[in-house]
Design a protein around this ligand. Structure first.
Ligand SMILES: Nc1ncnc2c1ncn2[C@@H]1O[C@H](COP(=O)(O)OP(=O)(O)OP(=O)(O)O)[C@@H](O)[C@H]1O
Ligand SMILES: [Mg+2]
Length: 464
C-alpha cells in the first residue's frame, strides 16, 4: 500500500529510532516525508509506518486500543506514559512494565494492594498487582494452577516485579498478619537470601540475578497459602573465581568480609586481600552497606528457618572458598610439578583445610596431583602450576554451586511443601539475556521453563 500526500507516518531515524513525519510527495518508487524537525527524507514505503496523528497525548493504558499497533506506535505510547510516571501498560492480558529506576513506595503499599483485591484485570490502572490478582482469581474460579512469566533484558526489573507479585500473593493468601515465621514470611524472606548468594553487580545491574528462579506458591482449597517450592537453575559458576571490573563476585562474599567478628573468626579482612574479589577494583555498591546487608542475610536465614549450626557452616564454607583462591603455586623440583608458593599461600592452604574440615595434606595432594586409572591400577601424576590453579578454581566453583543448591534445598525443606495442595501459582523470573542474533541460552531457558510448568496451567505474562 502506498502512502498518500498528507498522511501522518513514522520514519526510521538513526538517533531517535523513529520520528514523526508527514508525507509530502509520493510516487510508485519513492516517498518523500518532512519530519517534525523540518528535515526532508526520501525513502520507500517499506521504511514508513502509519501514525495516528490524533492520538491522546497521555497515551492509552491498553495498547490494543491503539489505532496502529506497530513498533513506533507502541514505543511512543510507552514513552508518553513513562513521562507521566505511568510505568505500567497493558497489551491485552500482558503487562508491560518499564523500570522507573527510583523508589515508588506509594505504588506498592498495603492500601494499593487492597484497591486491587477482587478487581478484574483492566478495571483499575495497569499494575503488577492486577496481574497477581488475575492469577489468584483465575485459580480460585477455574480451580486450575496458574503461571506468571516475567521476562525482559538484564536490569529491566524482573526480580523486583517477581517480588511484587509474591508480595501481593502473600497478601491475599496470607494467614496471620505479622507472624514472624509464617509460610508467607518465609516465602518473602527467601528472596533476600537467594539474592545474597545468587546475585552480583554487573555492568548492567547492581543486583543482577545470576541464576534462574521459579517459585511455586501453593494454596489450599480455601485459597490460603499452604506451602511453597523454589526451583533454581543455571547458576553462573564462573563468577566465583573470575570477575572483571566494574563487576563484582556474589554479594555474600563482601557481606561476610564486612561482618566484623565473624570475619575475624574466619581470618577474613578486606576484600582487597582476596584473589577471587580483587580481580575487579569494585568492592562497594553505591548506597548499600555490606555489613548491614550481612545482618539482613542472617535475619532472612533466621526467618526462613536455617539453623544456627547450618548458618555457621554456610559462612565457614564461603570463607574457605576465599582462602582457597589465595593458594598460589610455584614450580616444584620435579618436571611439571608444583609446590605451595610461599608462607602466605601456605597460611591460606591451612585455613582452607581447617574451614573445609579436611586434612591439609589431603587438600595439598588433591590440588597438586591427579589420579588416573589404568588397567594396572591407579597412577598419581603431578600437576604443573597452571593445572593446579585450574583445579583449585574448579574446586571453588563446585563447592559454591553445591552450597547454593544445598541452600535452596534447605529453604524448601524449611518452608515445606503441602502434599495436599490443591493448586499453585508459579512465578518465573527468567535470567537476563543480552540481545544476540542467536541465543541458545534463551532457548534452553524456555525449554527448562516449559518442563517445569505442567500443561494443566494457565499463563499470564509480564514483559519488561
Ligand atoms: N518497580 C520498580 N520500582 C523501583 N525500582 C525498580 C523497579 N524495578 C526495577 N527497579 C530498579 O532496577 C534495578 C534492577 O532491577 P532487577 O534487579 O529487578 O532487574 P532484572 O530484570 O531482574 O535484571 P537481571 O536479569 O540482571 O537479574 C533494581 O535494583 C531497582 O533499583
Ligand atoms: Mg534479576
Amino acid at each position: 500500500m502506498g502512502f498518500r500526500k498528507g498522511t501522518a507516518v513514522w520514519v526510521e531515524d538513526k538517533s531517535n529510532v523513529w520520528v514523526e513525519a508527514e508525507v509530502i510527495q509520493s510516487t510508485d518508487k519513492s516517498v518523500s516525508v518532512l519530519t517534525k524537525y523540518g528535515k526532508k527524507i526520501t525513502t520507500t514505503n517499506e521504511k514508513l509506518m502509519p501514525r495516528d496523528a490524533d492520538g491522546d497525548h497521555g497515551g492509552v493504558d491498553d495498547m490494543t486500543k491503539l489505532i496502529y499497533l506497530n513498533e513506533p506506535g507502541v514505543l511512543f505510547n510507552l514513552a508518553q506514559r513513562y513521562s507521566l510516571n505511568e510505568i505500567y501498560t497493558y497489551t491485552g492480558s500482558i503487562l508491560i512494565a518499564l523500570n522507573p529506576f527510583t523508589n515508588l513506595p506509594h505504588l506498592y503499599n498495603t492500601h494499593m494492594m487492597e484497591q486491587y483485591k477482587g478487581m478484574q484485570l483492566g478495571e483499575l490502572s495497569p499494575h503488577v498487582f492486577a496481574i497477581a490478582e488475575a492469577s489468584y482469581r483465575a485459580m480460585m474460579h477455574d480451580r486450575r494452577s496458574q503461571s506468571v512469566l516475567v521476562s525482559g533484558e538484564s536490569g529491566a526489573g524482573k526480580t523486583e516485579t517477581t517480588k511484587l507479585l509474591m508480595q501481593y500473593l502473600t497478601f491475599v493468601g496470607g494467614r496471620v498478619a505479622g507472624d514472624f515465621r509464617s509460610v508467607e514470611q518465609q516465602v518473602l524472606e527467601s528472596n533476600p537470601l537467594l539474592e545474597a548468594f545468587g546475585n552480583a553487580r554487573t555492568v548492567r545491574n547492581d543486583n543482577s540475578s545470576r541464576f534462574g528462579k521459579f517459585v511455586e506458591i501453593q494454596f489450599d482449597r480455601t485459597g490460603r497459602i499452604s506451602g511453597a517450592a523454589i526451583r533454581t537453575y543455571l547458576l553462573e559458576r564462573s563468577r566465583v573465581v573470575q570477575i572483571v571490573d566494574p563487576e563484582r563476585n556474589y554479594h555474600c562474599f563482601y557481606q561476610l568480609c564486612a561482618s566484623g567478628k565473624d570475619a575475624e573468626k574466619y581470618k577474613l579482612d578486606n576484600p582487597r586481600n582476596f584473589h577471587y574479589l580483587n580481580q575487579s577494583k569494585t568492592y562497594e555498591i553505591q548506597g548499600i552497606s555490606s555489613s548491614e546487608s550481612y545482618l539482613k542475610t542472617r535475619r532472612a536465614m533466621d526467618i526462613v528457618g536455617i539453623t544456627l549450626t547450618d548458618q555457621e557452616a554456610i559462612f565457614r564454607t564461603l570463607a574457605a572458598i576465599l582462602h582457597l583462591g589465595n593458594i598460589e603455586f610455584s614450580p616444584g623440583k620435579e618436571h611439571d610439578s608444583s609446590i605451595i608458593k610461599d608462607e602466605k599461600a601456605n597460611f591460606h592452604l591451612q585455613m582452607a583445610a581447617d574451614l573445609f574440615m579436611v586434612d591439609v595434606n589431603v587438600l595439598f595432594t588433591t590440588l597438586t596431583s591427579r589420579t588416573i586409572q589404568t588397567p594396572e591400577g591407579s597412577i598419581m601424576l603431578a600437576l604443573d602450576c597452571l593445572a593446579a590453579v585450574a583445579g583449585r578454581d574448579a574446586l571453588a566453583k563446585t563447592v559454591y554451586a553445591r552450597l547454593f543448591d544445598w541452600l535452596v534445598e534447605n529453604i524448601n525443606k524449611s518452608i515445606g511443601q503441602d502434599p495436599d495442595c490443591r493448586f499453585q501459582i508459579g512465578v518465573l523470573d527468567i535470567y537476563g539475556f543480552e540481545c544476540f542474533k542467536n541465543n541458545r541460552y534463551l532457548h534452553y531457558n524456555f525449554a527448562s521453563y516449559l518442563s517445569y510448568t505442567s500443561t494443566n496451567r494457565d499463563m499470564l505474562d509480564i514483559r519488561i
